[in-house]
Design a protein around this ligand. Structure first.
Ligand SMILES: [Cu+2]
Length: 328
């Protein structure tokens, strides 16, 4: 397995001002319990409810083959492991003329394996991120190179740590669930779509301080209309069943999620179980926060879940993404 960065670290086409060290060999590299392979695509596209196509960047599961750049799923394929496992995430950026990383948000590995470009290295080549799945819960992974742009372009996916025995409970000794929903809620500013990967890193003002979102999405599905019925997002369940909502604020702006009149029980936040579950009909969140919410509806019905995405200073609602929980 290749484990050292082949690249110059700095450089890449058009990135003359962007100089960070090249990737080292993974310190203390040992045998993993589970390995994920990721490559890069920067030519993906998402079709919005109004018919427009918006450019998406992200990670592919390349199966270790190192093929990148061919478009891919959005969000990027989940990384899902059991608590206690030693994990390798192999990022292949060999064929690319640009730099990226994978940051496993909330995992707290060593600096080399944390994938925060500006505190370690951005990757041009192949690197094995080695990390331990310490706490069951809901996380996400994302690129941390020129982060305002790369995260906005869609370079993220869910990261789920199940209890040691596997899926079915929120955490060891925690509540069990019958149905699971992973809602990564994000805003998209389509005007950012023409920027180069290193835009702004040479010091010029390219407008990354101005985010005017025009689309509001849930796990890669347009929250204007599609997410109300799309089976990747909308939930169908039976009365008496329990739903675990893994809610991820995958955007930059504050959000408020309302559960359509249902009352949830917040059992965990940011990958840690709460000492005592908190009941809630809505939750406020900020960028990168996650909440694990158990919902056990007592009545049949159709419940419209709404997530407001709000201006970070004024709190004005900029848009609302909607999905639905249908209880039979
Ligand atoms: Cu990136």
């Amino acid at each position: 397995m290749k484990s050292s960065g082949g690249g110059m670290g700095g450089g890449g086409m058009g990135g003359a001002c962007y100089t960070y060290p090249g990737a080292p060999a993974t310190p203390g590299l040992t045998t993993a319990d589970v390995t994920f392979n990721r490559s890069i695509y920067m030519n993906g596209s998402m079709t919005m409810d109004d018919g427009r196509n918006v450019t998406i960047w992200g990670f592919n599961d390349d199966g270790g083959g190192g093929m990148g750049g061919m478009g891919g799923t959005f969000p990027s394929p989940p990384i899902r492991v059991n608590q206690g496992q030693l994990v390798h995430t192999v990022l292949n950026n060999e064929e690319m003329m640009w730099l990226h990383t994978i940051h496993h948000h909330g995992i707290e590995p060593s600096t080399e394996n944390d994938g925060v470009g500006h505190t370690s290295f951005d990757l041009q080549g192949t690197y094995t991120y080695q990390w331990l799945a310490s706490h069951a819960g809901t996380y996400f992974y994302h690129c941390h190179t020129n982060t305002p742009l790369h995260a906005e372009m869609g370079m993220y996916g869910a990261l789920i740590i199940d209890p040691p025995e596997g899926p079915g409970r929120a955490f060891a000794g925690g509540p069990s669930y019958d149905v699971e929903a992973i809602w990564a809620v994000d805003e998209i500013d389509s005007s950012w779509r023409g920027l180069n990967w290193d835009a702004g890193t040479c010091g010029g003002d390219v407008g990354l301080n101005v985010l005017n979102p025009d689309y509001f999405i849930i796990s890669g599905v347009d929250g204007a209309q599609s997410a109300l019925t799309d089976s990747r997002v909308a939930v169908k369940m039976n009365r008496g069943e329990s739903l675990l909502v893994r809610y991820i604020n995958a955007g930059f702006l504050p959000q408020t999620i309302r559960f359509g009149g249902l009352t949830g029980s917040i059992v965990a936040s940011d990958g840690r179980a709460l000492p005592m579950a908190e009941s809630a009909t809505s939750i406020d969140s900020v960028a990168a926060e996650r909440f694990d919410v158990m919902i056990t509806p007592s009545s049949s019905g159709s419940y419209t879940v709404e997530i407001d995405i709000k201006h970070w200073v004024t709190g004005a609602v900029l848009g609302t993404a909607r999905t639905r929980i249908t209880v039979n």
